[in-house]
Design a binder for this molecule. Structure first.
Ligand code: 5RP
Length: 216
């Protein structure tokens, strides 16, 4: 089983601070760089433009969690050709389709990821699958006290079993990776556990080594 990819969430509150993180050398270690929702709120689409220009060959995510006005919102971010773009699970199916149409019309290969918050159901997953969404992000909100519950991990497994490419995120540190062992996850996202560590590059390296050991 391939190891999950490691995504660095840049939820910094400015681009300057995001580059303070990236310039530690962590950019060479992680598989995916995420322009986080917080960074997009702080800096707008310029964040995707700047990160894309600096990393033309790296997988880049525009994590705007689009929930309405799919064509316009996605269009603003798609100008800079992110590899992945997120929609909120609460978005109307028409919004998700609009994002996909915008991608198609621009001739891009950007993949849509649905970020699972709130009151989504397995029926929703089937509908997303039917319209061509392949990727889901199971999110443990930073506003929930405590770590991942067994029920959340079981949910991740259920989504993998449906054949979706599943990413997990939210308050995950490398010592939590073992709990996901055996799941064919697409990716694990780490934000604060990398950014706030004394040495982000070493922290990410330790994470990759742990993933390699656990998923070999
Ligand atoms: C917040 C996000 C974060 O990028 C994600 O949850 C990772 O953050 P952390 O590891 O710091 O909890 O999508 O909207």
């Amino acid at each position: 089983m391939n190891r999950p990819l490691l995504q660095l969430a840049l939820d910094n509150t400015s681009l300057e601070d995001a580059f303070n993180t990236l310039n530690t050398g962590v950019d060479e270690v992680v598989d995916i760089i995420e322009c986080g929702t917080i960074l997009l709120c702080a800096e707008g689409k310029k964040a995707v433009e700047t990160i894309r220009n600096r990393y033309p060959d790296k997988l880049v995510v525009a994590d705007f969690k689009i929930s309405d006005s799919g064509r316009v919102m996605a269009g603003l971010l798609l100008e800079y050709k992110p590899d992945l773009i997120t929609c909120n699970a609460s978005a109307h199916i028409g919004t998700v389709k609009a994002v996909m149409d915008e991608i198609k019309e621009r001739g891009l290969n950007t993949r849509v990821q649905i970020e699972l918050y709130g009151n989504w159901t397995m029926d929703d997953v089937h509908v997303w699958k039917e319209i061509g969404v392949k990727q889901l992000i199971l999110h443990h909100s930073r506003d929930i006290k405590g770590g991942w519950s067994d029920a959340e991990i079981a949910k991740a497994k259920e989504l993998c079993d449906l054949g979706m490419e599943v990413t997990v995120t939210g308050s995950i540190e490398y010592k939590d990776f073992e709990r996901f062992k055996g799941l064919p996850l697409y990716c694990i996202i780490a934000g604060r556990s990398i950014r706030d560590s004394a040495n982000p590059k070493e922290e990410a390296r330790k994470m990759i080594q742990t993933l390699e050991q656990l998923w070999k």
